[in-house]
Design a protein around this ligand. Structure first.
Ligand code: SAJ
Length: 413
């Protein structure tokens, strides 16, 4: 049967490729005509190791096509973004739009799988949104055993930078609206997933995904708080953590300039929103991680005061190492904070993954300029390492002379 994947981003496109390269006919659907154009020509609109070769292969074989129109299919995989609103509640607009595009096309026997990370109850909402437009179909939210359409949640877990490996090797949690829904979804994922497939109900699957990212957020917050404590006590946080981690049951993560990306800073809010009275720790972790860019910017600004016309060079702008994703990047926030607090200071920025224009508001700031890393370091009074791209790690051997060096990632020690 034919599979339609709605949303050709970091999750949808790799999933489409994983299925297509194993002989499944896949139709990729996206609202962005540029994405459709790129994929149709076998190109990938973003950087991810091994994805480009997969896309061009699947398209050349005729297994993967792309369109803006949701087709009739035997299985629908929804892999659209779930951002949050200004009040931090989940914005389910894209999920709802996907359900509403599927509704007129879906036939009895088909399955709808939600991969997007979603607050508890969203999978059931997908069933209801489709059911509202198709009263002729028995949907799982109101027909226990004998449903005509199956609905399940199979949250994505892939790590950007390692997506093509993890999509195959990770264990998968599948939560169906009914146990038959889980089994149907599992049949599809067995086509490419080599890890274990763990079946549960939809709400449990939703929650398990959210706590994976909340767990990471809390643990990074712990590391970030340690870095601020150690700074105050004039201790080297990296050395302190390295030694503590030699305990057999301690495994502290790495401090950094903050937590970015579109998952880890967002997902804890879905849990906080669902249980606001009992989520003190999750809120505190968010607060610590959101504060970290301010802490870094303030420290840099303070150390710039002794220079008359300081040049501050910030290396790395993406949300983490070796990816070209600048969304929700703490590094960008640090640069913005420095450049707007001290308009008379020149801030040089460098990132090997910038392709064309400077991302975000930085492009509009007159005291911010993009430079090759070597020039930026050469001209700097203060060098700030914000992202430990492979290319920057080797600068470890650079002699920084009289420059002030602020290594937020601890890779130059
Ligand atoms: N970070 C640190 N210190 C660390 C680890 C990360 O400061 O020790 C920072 C990174 O620099 C980055 C942010 O945290 O700004 C998030 O990076 P990440 O590598 O931890 O995670 P993501 O956002 O790339 O992907 C996460 C993964 N979730 C978990 O590891 C539990 C991935 O498996 C999920 O699929 C993904 O979120 C998602 O889409 O939900």
């Amino acid at each position: 049967g034919r599979v339609a994947v709605l949303g050709l981003g970091y999750v949808g496109l790799p999933t489409a490729v994983a299925l297509a390269t194993r002989g499944v006919d896949v139709i990729g659907v996206d609202v962005n005509p540029k994405t459709i154009e790129a994929v149709s020509q076998g190109r990938v609109p973003f950087v991810e190791p091994d994805l480009a070769v997969g896309v061009s292969g699947a398209v050349a074989l005729g297994r993967l096509t792309a369109t803006t129109e949701t087709p009739e299919a035997e299985a629908y995989i929804i892999a659209v973004p779930t951002p949050f609103n200004p009040d931090r509640s989940a914005d389910l607009t894209y999920v709802k739009a996907a359900a509403e595009q599927i509704a007129p096309r879906i036939q009895p026997g088909a399955i709808v799988i939600l991969e997007s990370t979603s607050p508890p109850g969203t999978t059931e909402k997908v069933s209801r949104w489709i059911g509202a437009l198709r009263p002729d179909l028995k949907m799982p939210h109101n027909h226990d055993g004998m449903t005509e359409v199956h609905v399940a949640h199979c949250p994505e877990r892939v790590l950007p930078g390692r997506i093509m490996i993890e999509i195959v090797t990770n264990d998968r949690v599948i939560g169906g609206m009914t146990s038959r829904c889980s089994e149907r979804a599992a049949e599809l994922y067995r086509v490419f997933a080599q890890g274990e497939i763990l079946l549960t109900d939809a709400a449990t699957a939703e929650m398990s995904k959210l706590i994976e990212n909340a767990y990471r957020d809390v643990n990074i917050a712990f590391a970030n708080e340690l870095s601020m404590i150690c700074e105050e006590l004039h201790l080297d946080v990296w050395e302190v953590i390295r030694l503590a981690n030699r305990h057999p049951r301690v495994n502290i993560l790495s401090p950094g300039p903050g937590v970015g990306g579109h998952c880890i800073p967002v997902d804890p809010w879905f849990i906080i929103g669902a249980a606001p009275g009992v989520t003190k720790l999750l809120r505190a972790a968010r607060e610590v991680n959101d504060h970290k860019p301010h802490h870094v910017a303030n420290a840099v600004i303070a150390s710039s005061e002794r220079f008359r016309e300081p040049v501050i060079s910030c290396l790395g702008l993406s949300f983490k190492a070796d990816v070209d994703d600048f969304r929700e990047s703490p590094a960008i926030e640090v640069v913005e904070l420095i450049a707007s607090a001290r308009p008379e200071v020149t801030v040089l920025i460098s990132d090997p993954f910038i392709n064309g224009s400077i991302p975000g508001r930085l492009g509009e700031m007159s005291n911010v300029r993009l430079e090759p890393a070597a020039d930026a370091v050469e001209r700097a009074d203060i060098v700030v390492l914000l992202v430990e791209h492979e290319k920057f790690r080797s600068l470890r051997h650079t002699r920084f002379g009289g420059k002030v060096v602020y290594d937020t990632r601890g890779v130059w020690n």
